[in-house]
Design a protein around this ligand. Sequence first.
Ligand code: ARG
Length: 255
Amino acid sequence: MKKKIIAVALTAVVALGSLVGCGSASNSSSGSTGETLVVGTNAAFPPFEYVGDDGKPDGFDVALIKAIGEKAGFEVQIQDMEFDSLVSSIGNKIDVAIAGMTVTEERKKTVDFSDSYYEAVQDVIVAKGSNIATADDLKGLKIGVQLGTTGEFIADEIEGAEVAAYNKAVDAVNDLNNGRVDCVIVDKNPAEVFGAQFPDQVDVLPGTNFDFEPENYAIALPKGNTELAEKINAALKALKEDGTYDSLVKKYIEE
Ligand code: ARG
């Protein structure tokens, strides 16, 4: 999907996001052939997940987990919810989560992770013409982030920063455009989508300019369920080998 189309889809995310509630709890047994795998996501994170024109979650992660389901023999059911609720919902409302989620030591206390499927970094979105350029410039600023994300954890460590956490990253970008925050820290690919959505208002600065560390995205899994982990990892490996993974990268991320 092209960035401009994603930008349009983003409007749908804003419009529909609040209508897509969290519904029934999972009663599936994960991963067995023909059974349902309830997958949590937060469809406000293009190009990895957003609400498509048909009102259903779409994006790289959604396509990837469906392909994994096909290989591993379970039917994938997507559940859209707040990003901040995903980890604690694994094992009760949902079976697993795919949401551009970075592997962190803190999260590993609660969940296991699949093999990593994407490397990213946090970028910094600033108002056009801003003179924010290096890590030092972030000190003491008002920084917008998505609640419960690694962007928030990074912002929390910045000296003197005042952190404003939003349920959706796009709300932080809207507040940047309104002058309510000085910058937004968010993952690179969504940052680029937002940059394309507001080309006259913002610039997207690479996180490497601010010494941010690379991050690895993986699927969050119930702790200790090695059988499910093995199935998902085997399917992911097969999709990398047969070219499906690359074609999804092309379709959703690179175009
Ligand atoms: N990679 C970041 C993290 O793990 C942000 C992920 C946000 N994902 C989403 N679907 N909203 O914290």
